[in-house]
Design a protein around this ligand. Structure first.
Ligand SMILES: C[S@@+](CC[C@H](N)C(=O)[O-])C[C@H]1O[C@@H](n2cnc3c(N)ncnc32)[C@H](O)[C@@H]1O
Length: 194
């Protein structure tokens, strides 16, 4: 299966985005509001409809960047939040993106790529972080039965994939998952090893 632009675009065009929880993820919001300074440069890769970015923008976080290979979800974001700065909206392939961030937020983006791409993915997250940067968010703690996204992983696999580049500040079953994902997610914070 080719998990390319056409693959993802079809979900948005047919309004079949069942990964989208429809509002800002409580686990991510709680982490950012408690632990991240309002000036931090934050990237939401594979942001889709960008509920977290909208919520935080409206709370005064202004250095937020949303990136996705598909433009359509950003049209939805701008309809909901016309003040969101267009220069902070990036329509690009994550793997070609160049910049540097204090924080990169994960939510069902890692799961979008085949397991063979995981080392490359981890390397790209590393490259996009500033020297004391952090990658944080939610991972599934189990696998799904399919050869298409979402591709889950077991907890020990994350340590294998990221452990040589990042130290884990937090890696535990999320306490504030949405109901259908309760007990099935890990909340993590990893720090780039320099
Ligand atoms: C499963 S969805 C998750 C969307 C969002 N994080 C959420 O939780 O609602 C994966 C997203 O990643 C985007 N995507 C897939 N491959 C990408 C790539 N190579 N570069 C940037 N975005 C990509 C898709 O278009 C889609 O919006």
């Amino acid at each position: 299966m080719n998990l390319d632009k056409k693959y993802w675009k079809n979900f948005y065009e047919t309004n079949n985005t069942n990964w989208d929880i429809g509002y800002a993820s409580p686990a991510i919001i709680e982490f950012i509001e408690k632990e991240v300074n309002k000036n931090a440069k934050i990237l939401f890769p594979g942001a889709g409809n960008s509920h977290e970015a909208q919520y935080l923008f409206e709370k005064g976080y202004k250095n937020l960047y949303v990136l996705d290979i598909i433009k359509l979800p950003f049209e939805n974001l701008l309809k909901r939040c016309p003040q969101f700065p267009e220069e902070n909206i990036i329509v690009e392939d994550f793997f070609t993106h160049k910049s540097s961030y204090d924080i990169i937020i994960e939510q069902t983006f890692f799961t979008s790529f085949e397991p063979e791409k995981r080392a490359y993915f981890a390397g790209k997250i590393y490259e996009l972080l500033k020297s004391d940067g952090k990658y944080a968010g939610l991972f599934f703690n189990h696998k799904f039965n399919g050869d298409f996204p979402p591709f889950g992983a077991f907890p020990h696999e994350y340590k294998e994939i990221f452990g040589n580049k990042f130290s884990f500040d937090k890696f535990e079953t999320a306490t504030n998952s949405i109901k259908p994902r309760k007990g099935k997610e890990i909340f993590f914070v990893m720090k780039k090893i320099n």
